[in-house]
Design a protein around this ligand. Structure first.
Ligand SMILES: Nc1ncnc2c1ncn2[C@@H]1O[C@H](COP(=O)(O)OP(=O)(O)OP(=O)(O)O)[C@@H](O)[C@H]1O
Ligand SMILES: [Mg+2]
Length: 326
């Protein structure tokens, strides 16, 4: 295989076999003929519902799991045949907070993990200091992890992933459970990694995060690729045109039906918010739904009215529903 891609897999398949209490053997196809190509220096998102196979793919790329069939390469090295070469070039960052030694300081944890990477003590100390600075934890490096907040713990996880100065970084739901501020902090780190030439493969269930960070996004479902595009491309292809949102001071009984009859309107949703009614209209691009809404509801009833592009979340949801499983 070539070195053209930082990460790639071809027709990757992984089947899990587990024995039930009844003795019956059950097979789960976690990945089914998945092919992906990630360019060097790219931030690449992998989205998909629970159980889609995202973590399984990351475990295969990071040599923790062997595929049932197909192949995977990282920086040109086969993840099965050259697992050692792959491991030397990757960092793995998982969400959640486990896996650190609570009674040790952040710095001591990092120096310990550096020794597992077979760095000599001096190099370990240097790298620990470097990554503490990189993730903004230098001020707290000498405090015990038990005193760290969630956000600080996650930064320490990131620091651990960066210790070997990897070319390729896998992040599996890195911001899960973080408060908005800590998550935002983390999201600032990703473009910095990119600027330093790192390749990042990231899974997340936060669509705004994917939209903000990723150059391209693969959507997978039931272990197979269902779409691959830029965030804007996904919005255009699957976001169902444009969205017009309005808030009405009071409910207008047959408004929904009449809106549905407007030419170019593809879907109408509505919900009450106290006495006010919120209406969301999907329509073909370029349709002047705003005018129809104004006419149908009456201008004095309208509290707010805005036409916008669909969000990545809206595109994702319609794509997953379309793929028949959501
Ligand atoms: N060790 C295992 N033994 C049996 N089945 C497994 C194992 N690991 C994963 N699976 C199954 O493989 C499928 C894919 O799981 P995976 O964890 O890759 O999904 P995911 O996309 O990461 O989901 P989530 O968004 O919930 O993290 C699921 O059906 C899961 O139950
Ligand atoms: Mg997962």
């Amino acid at each position: 295989m070539t070195n053209e891609y930082a990460i790639e897999c071809e027709e990757l398949r992984r089947v899990f076999r587990s024995r039930r209490l009844t003795g019956q053997v059950e097979e789960v196809v976690a990945l089914d003929s998945l092919s992906l190509q990630v360019r060097p220096g790219e931030v690449y998102g992998v989205l998909g519902p629970n159980g889609a196979g995202k973590t399984t793919a990351i475990r295969i790329f990071s040599t923790l799991l062997i595929p049932t069939a197909g192949s995977a390469h990282v920086m040109g090295h086969d993840v099965v045949g050259s697992a050692g070469e792959v491991r030397r070039r990757i960092g793995l960052i998982l969400g959640g907070e486990r896996g650190m030694y609570e009674r040790l300081t952040g710095r001591q944890n990092l120096e310990y993990f550096a020794s597992l990477y077979l760095m000599n003590p001096r190099r370990g100390r240097e790298r620990a200091q470097a990554v503490l600075e990189q993730v903004g934890l230098a001020h707290a490096g000498d405090r015990r992890v038990e005193q760290y907040s969630r956000g600080m713990r996650q930064r320490l996880h990131v620091a651990r992933g960066l210790l070997p100065d990897p070319d390729v970084i896998f992040m599996d739901e890195p911001t899960i459970g973080l408060d908005p501020e800590a998550a935002q902090d983390f999201r600032r780190l990703v473009p910095e990694l990119r600027e330093r030439g790192k390749t990042v493969l990231l899974t997340t269930h936060y669509m705004l995060e994917a939209d903000l960070l990723c150059e391209r996004i693969a959507v997978i479902d039931h272990g197979s690729l269902v779409a691959l595009d830029t965030p804007d491309g996904l919005k255009q292809r699957f976001g169902a045109g444009q969205v017009t949102e309005a808030t009405l001071r009071h409910a207008s009984p047959d408004l929904i039906e009449r809106l549905r009859a407007v030419r170019g309107v593809t879907a109408v949703e509505s919900e009450m918010e106290g006495a006010a009614q919120r209406v969301k209209v999907h329509s073909d691009v370029g349709r002047d739904v705003a005018t129809s809404l104004r006419n149908l509801a009456g201008a004095d009833t309208l509290q707010s009215l805005v036409t916008r592009e669909p969000t990545l979340e809206e595109a994702y949801l319609s794509l997953i529903r379309e793929s028949g499983t959501g």
